[in-house]
Ligand binder design. Structure first.
Ligand SMILES: Cc1cc2nc3c(=O)[nH]c(=O)nc-3n(C[C@H](O)[C@H](O)[C@H](O)COP(=O)(O)OP(=O)(O)OC[C@H]3O[C@@H](n4cnc5c(N)ncnc54)[C@H](O)[C@@H]3O)c2cc1C
Length: 380
């Protein structure tokens, strides 16, 4: 049972504590078991999370945007148990986030209930082979042709690529240079070709996509033409803190695995945990976990309660939680000795699971840039 003492912090309301307990129970008793077939496992997780009502958290409910504290608690809890379950949950929010934030009533009505029930799988398609962090320079284009948009180009490293029902796609429509000339579109899967499935260190559905004169109705655009960059960045900003929360779940699990191993592994006349060097390591790991939790739930609370621009806090939360989780997990692997690098041992899995979080949805360097820009704005 993971440490849940942070739920008594003042950032939370009773509904957050209830969610944490309910999801924890669900993970222990109802989470579908892995079959080893990635796509089926992912679909089964989306459906199970939808049936249990948890995916409702990741879409706007008509009046309100998603509650970031709930998303963060959900991701931390799921990640503690299963990286794939966290992934299945997170992508429903990221892939439909632009619809929740900026979609028309019709777009929301068509897609959000299906995303929330797990019937439709969502994907977020921004990255291209020649442009990742520098999204303003993307080259995929969308041209208006009568009552349709025609999309031409390629996207890569797209999560849920191959199993998604729609791809929230960003493309150049040319209203201005760089970031000012992009738009966002809802592209149903039948309009997208899967050019290649991509394997990464922590397996999840991922693909390179091709848009070969993909024709979609004119009303598939989200917001106005030219607003795509802002839509993409605001969607990423909404979910940024939750990437940190997933890292926190991984780190908390690595700490618990370390505690379990150190207290049971015989060492001299006692256990590894009696050793002062081990104790110092455990203390550093616990400090990393708590500092991440404070940053994450502060930023999530700011985002929900509003009134402040929380971009700096969200960037700090993602940066610290992902970097610190990497160190905590590495320390846990080290403490496990040879067992730590053995396939099938939980910390070996965590060691692979954490890595990509320092790269996607804004690499650590990009988060540092956001923090520094915000700091310097106040200094000049
Ligand atoms: C597992 C996984 C899942 C993904 N899922 C999705 C998805 O669903 N949808 C999607 O659109 N994309 C997705 N991506 C792509 C991801 O968003 C990009 O990998 C990321 O934006 C970095 O882009 P890049 O890989 O092109 O690296 P580049 O942009 O070429 O950057 C390379 C490296 O340069 C450094 N760097 C970048 N910017 C700066 C800077 N400003 N200052 C200093 N150094 C910098 C960083 O170390 C960075 O890792 C996924 C990636 C992975 C690994």
């Amino acid at each position: 049972m993971p440490d849940r003492s942070h739920l008594s912090w003042p950032f939370f309301e009773p509904k957050h504590r209830e969610l944490a307990h309910k999801l924890q129970r669900w993970c222990e008793t109802q989470m579908p078991e892995a079959s080893g077939h990635l796509d089926e496992d992912c679909r089964a997780l989306v459906q199970a999370l939808g049936s249990a009502g948890f995916l409702k958290l990741s879409v706007a409910d008509g009046k309100h945007r998603p509650d970031v504290r709930s998303l963060a608690i959900a991701r931390e809890t799921l990640a503690y148990h299963s990286a794939l379950a966290d992934f299945a949950f997170a992508m429903q929010g990221l892939g439909s986030g632009a619809i929740s934030l900026f979609g028309t009533v019709e777009q929301k009505r068509e897609w959000l209930p299906r995303v929330a029930s797990g019937e439709a799988i969502a994907a977020f398609a921004m990255t291209e082979p020649e442009c990742g962090s520098d999204a303003a320079n993307m080259q995929t284009s969308a041209m208006r042709d009568g009552n349709e948009w025609v999309i031409v180009g390629e996207k890569t490293l797209i999560s849920n690529g191959g199993i998604a029902d729609f791809y929230l796609t960003f493309a150049r429509t040319g209203e201005g240079e760089g970031a000012r000339g992009l738009s966002a579109f809802i592209v149903p899967a039948e309009n997208v070709q899967i050019a290649e499935r991509i394997e990464v260190v922590a397996p999840h559905p991922l693909a390179r996509l091709k848009y070969d004169n993909a024709r979609i109705p004119a009303d598939s655009i989200i917001g106005e033409a030219g607003e795509g960059f802002r839509i993409g960045m605001e969607t990423l900003n909404l979910f940024r803190v939750t990437v940190g929360a997933a890292a926190l779940g991984f780190a908390r699990r690595a700490l618990d695995e370390a505690l379990g191993f150190a207290t049971s592994r015989r060492f001299g006349s006692g256990t590894l945990a009696d050793n002062p060097v081990t104790q110092a390591k455990l203390a550093d790991m616990a400090l990393g976990v708590d500092a991440s939790a404070l940053l994450i739930y502060r930023a999530a609370w700011q985002q929900d309660v509003g009134g402040t621009d929380n971009r700096r806090a969200a960037a700090m939360a993602k940066l610290h939680a992902t970097e610190s989780a990497q160190r905590v997990i590495d320390a846990s692997v080290q403490m496990h000795g040879g067992a730590g690098v053995t396939r099938g041992v939980k910390v070996e899995e965590l060691y692979r699971d954490i890595r990509a979080l320092r790269i996607y949805e804004g690499a650590s360097e990009v988060q540092r840039q956001i923090i520094a820009k915000d700091l310097l704005k106040g200094a000049s």
